[in-house]
Design a binder for this molecule. Structure first.
Ligand code: F6R
Length: 246
């Protein structure tokens, strides 16, 4: 895995956006895997700028989001459907029919999850997956203890994740307890993966992911077994890496 350390959040956002823009320019029909949360917001803002000012064209791009809360309809302000629409999709020209986000309101989660995997496969697989990382080392909502070969399924959120995400809701009690998430195995199938992390609260998870043993205790550590993964870190997120001291 490649580790790229930049001074601040703006720099990692810009550099990661350049990787996405390169992928889209070199293959207009590229299939992107997308994340929500605070981390990719700067990257999405830069993609919007590149679309507006430098004609970055998403008209043939297909997207698959990592996850969605179970029980939240698409128009709920904390749903990941709403997040993606507000923070990226309504500002760029990716066709609505090319956008895929797990349906948190499905009445048949297992069938939905199977069909999500099938749609990823029939689109040709994910070319470039964007990831954040939870403070407990999760990628998507693959919490500690998740199988490292897991596929898209319903996952119960860890207490730590509910506390971390309570900042977006009125209280921790309002954070949904379950989410539909791509599995670790689903993520590892992507041809290229970029993980972004900023801030000191991510530093121990980043160190465990990059330098710890490959273990379901930190599902991001499975990325050590992926042939083309890059971590874009600010200095605070990188602060517990041993290699950064060498
Ligand atoms: C979101 C996702 C999560 C987040 C992680 C970090 O789609 O899959 O794994 O990437 O929880 O969240 P932030 O970026 O809000 O710190």
């Amino acid at each position: 895995m490649e580790i790229i350390i930049q001074e601040n959040y703006a720099a990692i956002s810009q550099q990661a956006a350049a990787v996405v823009a390169d992928a889209v320019r070199s293959r207009p029909g590229t299939v992107l895997g997308l994340a929500t949360g605070s981390t990719p917001l700067g990257l999405y803002q830069e993609l919007i700028r590149l679309h507006r000012e430098e004609n970055l064209d998403f008209s043939q791009v297909t997207t698959f989001n990592l996850d969605e809360y179970v029980g939240l309809p698409a128009d709920h302000p904390q749903s990941y459907h709403y997040f993606m629409h507000e923070n990226l999709f309504r500002h760029i020209n990716v066709p609505a029919e090319n956008i895929h986000i797990p349906d948190g309101t499905t009445s048949d989660c297992p069938a939905f999850c199977e069909s999500y995997e099938e749609r990823i496969a029939s689109s040709g697989g994910i070319d470039l997956q964007i990831l954040g990382i939870g403070s407990d080392g999760h990628i998507a909502f693959n919490e500690p203890g998740s199988s490292l070969v897991s596929r898209t399924r319903v996952e119960t959120l860890a207490r730590q994740t509910i506390e971390d995400n309570a900042r977006f809701f009125a209280s921790a009690d309002d954070v949904p307890v379950h989410a539909i998430t791509m599995g670790v195995g689903t993520i590892l199938d992507a041809r290229k993966i970029i993980l972004l992390a900023n801030g000191a609260n991510k530093s121990s998870a980043v160190a465990a992911a990059a330098e710890g043993p490959v273990s379901s205790k930190c599902t991001a550590s499975a990325l050590q077994n992926h042939p083309d993964t890059s971590f874009f870190l600010d200095t605070e997120a990188a602060s517990q890496l041993q290699m950064a001291d060498e």
